[in-house]
Design a protein. Structure first.
Length: 240
């Protein structure tokens, strides 16, 4: 946190150094990014990503989309548009904030994006792999999470309707946001996230989208239930 000297912000534990929340799925040699925030370039470089086949966007807040300009190296590698999957509302916001990308005559070197509109009602396929959108509420804003096989990724969650929970049964891995310990109007706190995990009953859950007020990784992680862990930057999870 800029200007903060709390114990988390000055910690030397690399697990306390948290960039904006995002994920990278590797499925049979294909790479699919979930969200594209302001740290996208740094995250791709750190992970050594050489190719990217698609991007899934959860919602239109800047911490989840504003790195979209940095897809252009992937465009140049294959000279192909980057498929971006998002809700219609998010697509409209992208066209406004990145007007130069979607101009009728974009300037040479502008990112090349191909939008695919998705809804909570229908699964879709990327490179032959089924992706099931799951709608959650970020305050009053509908946000899409995604299930791929036995893994689901849900960020910026405050509430989820029962019909959407049905898409999340039988998971091996659930990645779920939990902001910190206190009540928040648009995010689950830790207690609420643990309650939802107990309800959904995945084999294991990882918490993400944490603020510095969550506390030190080493202290919080050791008091969580056996099937719950704090996520951290660079964490790799294998789902068979």
């Amino acid at each position: 946190m800029i200007g903060c000297n709390c114990e988390v912000c000055i910690s030397t534990d690399p697990r306390d150094k948290r960039l904006r929340t995002a994920a990278l799925l590797q499925v049979n040699g294909k790479h699919i990014a979930i969200d594209c925030g302001p740290d996208f370039r740094q995250q791709m470089l750190r992970a050594g990503v050489q190719s990217l086949d698609a991007i899934l966007l959860t919602h239109e807040h800047n911490d989840h989309i504003i790195g979209l300009d940095d897809v252009r190296p992937f465009n140049f590698m294959n000279w192909a548009d980057m498929p971006v999957y998002c809700a219609a509302r998010v697509a409209q916001e992208l066209r406004q904030r990145f007007a130069y990308i979607f101009a009728a005559d974009p300037y040479p070197g502008a990112p090349m994006i191909r939008l695919h509109l998705i809804t909570k009602e229908s699964a879709f396929f990327i490179e032959g792999h089924a992706v099931t959108p799951v709608e959650v509420l970020h305050g009053r804003l509908p946000v899409l999470g995604f299930r791929v096989g036995d893994l689901a990724y849900l960020t910026d969650v405050r509430n989820i309707k029962e019909e959407e929970k049905s898409k999340l049964r039988g998971l091996k891995v659930l990645v779920l946001s939990a902001l910190h310990h206190k009540e928040h109007h648009t995010h689950l706190n830790l207690e609420q996230a643990l309650s939802l995990i107990s309800d959904l009953n995945p084999e294991h859950a990882y918490l993400t989208h944490m603020s510095h007020r969550m506390g030190l990784h080493r202290e919080v992680d050791k008091v969580l239930p056996a099937n719950v862990s704090l996520g951290y930057d660079g964490l790799e999870i294998q789902v068979s």
